[in-house]
Write a protein that binds this ligand. Sequence first.
Ligand SMILES: Nc1ncnc2c1ncn2[C@@H]1O[C@H](COP(=O)(O)OP(=O)(O)OP(=O)(O)O)[C@@H](O)[C@H]1O
Ligand SMILES: [Mg+2]
Length: 302
Amino acid sequence: MTTALHTSSLTSLPLLARGKVRDNYAVGEDRILMVASDRISAFDVIMGEPIPGKGVLLTQMALFWFDKLTGICPNHLTGDAPESVVTEAEKAQIKGRSMLVKRLKPIPIEAVVRGYLAGSGWKEYQQSQSVCGVPLPAGLSNAARLPEPIYTPAAKAEMGEHDENISFEKTVEIVGDELAAQIRDISIALYKKAAMFAQTKGMIIADTKFEFGLDENGTLTLMDEVLTPDSSRYWPVEGYEAAFRAGQNPPSYDKQFVRDWLEQVRINGQPWDKTPPAPRLPREVIEKTAAKYQEALERLKA
Ligand SMILES: Nc1ncnc2c1ncn2[C@@H]1O[C@H](COP(=O)(O)OP(=O)(O)OP(=O)(O)O)[C@@H](O)[C@H]1O
Ligand SMILES: [Mg+2]
């Protein structure tokens, strides 16, 4: 395994932005080199310790899904090798963890699709029997499968802020009715196809988030990462049933170990207030998390 990369440091390309996970570099005017680091964020705070192998995993998983999902909507991949735009000395840093993509005009909507009731969806349902204005049947419990997948968009938050659930009408205000409907319909189609495939590998995709941008011709294009454990809630089918019956959250392939640990940690006797700096992650939490990410990709590719 390559050494863990918390923050990339390419000097041959201008840095556009560092996200919570990805470092984006400009390649000319029209392309971006997206480097997935091994950073992990929880409760929207970036941890100080990297998760070795995570960036490579996320990238390999996104590439796997881009390939599986061709035909529904164009995506941002250029097909050019990421190694071709950096110096010899920089190749090791980006190997396996980068995508060379078209630079798009990002649409400020997180296109969330849910097939199951979990997380903020479950919270909202308990208060209003609906999620993002989508009415749902009464009597659903935590982690219940929905009769049909629903589209529950969110507004993309600024760095350090939490995304905010919004109604479909609100997305119409942001991008107009034609584009809003197109984003919704494509997102649901992508989710359905992915969920059906994952099911054959013994995995449930409870929910996921897509991001879109417009290319130079104004064509709606799928961008960012797709269907990674960072952008999606994956549950192993075998763990799902038991947890669902017991009224518990099904085990997931993501940051659950980190979140659980952060929820119980005490700093001078006090719980962590979920603002930076994050407490130091113990080695065991790091290792278990790395193994979970690995397992998700292995199951998909099996
Ligand atoms: N083809 C593209 N053109 C332009 N911007 C893109 C493209 N693909 C992805 N992006 C943007 O690049 C950034 C990727 O970085 P990263 O995922 O770390 O960001 P983040 O959104 O801050 O974190 P998180 O995903 O954890 O919320 C995002 O802001 C995403 O919208
Ligand atoms: Mg992101």
